[in-house]
Design a protein around this ligand. Structure first.
Ligand code: GUN
Ligand code: ZN
Length: 432
């Protein structure tokens, strides 16, 4: 069993990572009531507890947190040959047009959420489309599953096809209405979602800032400094702003519960400002490599001198995998290209408590402790013949974790629990 009591980027793994080779986690009424070494917890196990024993070679952790993902882009994942701005026009916008149809949106939302559960993802921060019905469809399906999930309607009033554009007023009103219906309903949260400064006019960014000011308990999500071409274009669109972050800052979109996607090309002053304002970066390595955007420097962002909150994002459909393990493998390579090593402990932190902290949910999800919401991922540490073979050579737990993030994927997810209930169980595999 693996969990974190704090931030290893800031305080080191010794002080923050907890590993029980033989552990028990007790769940009741949707929460964790006890967790710790088996010999200790066995003594205080409430009478009549139903026991599930996952045996050896299993890792139980808090459910994974995906801090940046576009559910409407699932139907166009793996689209060939473009970089960011071209990719948006050629593939993304045509795919998003279909979400005017709520039943289509619902069908995609169902497959999307099932895919999350198959990958041990129990919390995510989701972009919908400009259509309010796309948000309704996702929230309705997430509510049925009891997920802790944040999502929002994309605000976009320029540089997109007419049918995908709203206006500052319409975007404000529709978001406001969705907040009234959904924010804080069960475990659901609303994220105010101006897509990025390229597709929102200054007037729309103002409206988004005003809306967030009246609902500061909501999250706010957008994209920032993803590709050099995009950064250069923002300089042209907003010549009066100091840098990319300053565009959002100027419109009141910089603060706690802000989640900025990518942030590869942020400068030192922007990172320093994020540290002060409490905004987070969603690190989306598979997407950054797929679109050729760049290699995010995680060591730079989390520098203990002015640490910025960082979570992990799949960024489907520019991202290429729902697997958080596969995404961590790419995060490792992203660090390598910056001449750094991302330790497996730090990586699993990003995928769990780090993501929860980026979303200001670390008191609810992302770790195993009494009182936390009972969302769990149960991993089979020997999920393929190669992994099984390699695990036989592993010398310690850190190596075992590293093997998973380098070689494993959805096949490793044995079970997923949401609010104490098993909502996904890997089907039995055919015998070899
Ligand atoms: N920037 C603006 N919109 C998007 C999007 O949908 N995906 C990615 N990766 N970057 C964006
Ligand atoms: Zn994105």
């Amino acid at each position: 069993m693996l969990t974190f009591t704090g931030d290893p980027f800031h305080d080191g793994l010794d002080k923050t990572m907890v590993h029980w080779p033989d552990g028990i986690v007790v769940l009741a009424d949707g929460r964790v009531t006890h967790v710790g070494p088996a010999e200790e917890i066995a003594k205080v196990l409430p009478a009549g507890s139903e026991i599930v024993d996952y045996g050896r070679d299993t890792l139980i952790s808090a459910g994974f947190v995906d801090t940046h993902v576009h559910f409407p882009q699932m139907p166009m994942i793996a689209s060939y040959g473009s970089q960011l701005l071209d990719w948006l026009n050629k593939y993304t916008f045509p795919a998003e047009l279909k979400f005017a149809d709520k039943e289509y949106a619902r069908r995609v939302a169902r497959v999307f959420l099932h895919e999350n559960l198959r990958n041990g993802i129990t919390t995510s921060c989701v972009y919908c489309t400009v259509h309010p019905q796309s948000v309704e469809a996702l929230f309705e399906e997430a509510e049925t599953l009891g997920l802790r999930l944040a999502a929002g309607k994309v605000l976009m009033d320029r540089n997109a096809p007419e049918a995908l554009r709203d206006t500052p007023q319409q975007g404000y009103d529709q978001s406001h209405q969705l907040i009234a219906t959904w924010h804080g309903r069960g475990r659901l949260l609303y994220a105010i979602t101006p897509r990025y400064a390229g597709s929102s006019s200054p007037e729309q960014l103002d409206a988004a800032g005003a809306l967030w000011k009246t609902h500061p308990e909501c999250l706010m999500q957008t994209h920032i400094a993803e590709s050099p071409q995009e950064v250069a274009w923002m300089k042209e669109l907003f010549p009066q702003r100091k840098n990319y972050l300053d565009i959002y800052d100027h419109h009141g979109l910089c603060g706690p519960r802000a989640v900025f996607g990518h942030g590869i090309w942020l400068g030192e002053s922007e990172l320093a400002r994020l540290h002060v304002c409490g905004g987070a970066i969603a690190h989306c390595p598979t997407s950054n490599f797929f679109l050729g955007s760049g290699a995010f420097n995680i060591g730079g962002a989390t520098d203990p001198k002015r640490p910025v909150r960082v979570g992990l994002g799949t960024d489907i459909g520019a991202g290429t995998s729902f697997s958080i393990l596969a995404t961590l493998g790419e995060a490792y390579k992203s660090a390598q290209l910056n001449r750094q090593a991302l330790s497996p402990g730090h990586a699993y932190y990003l995928a769990t408590r780090g993501g929860a902290r980026a979303m200001y949910l670390e008191d609810k999800v992302g770790s195993l402790a009494p009182g936390m919401e009972a969302d769990l991922a149960v991993l089979d540490m020997r999920s393929t013949p190669l992994i099984d073979f390699r695990m036989g050579e592993a010398r310690d737990f850190a190596e075992q974790l590293f093997i998973q993030m380098t070689l494993a994927d959805d096949r490793a997810v044995q079970a997923t629990y949401v609010a104490g209930k098993c909502v996904y169980k890997r089907p039995p595999r055919p015998s070899p």
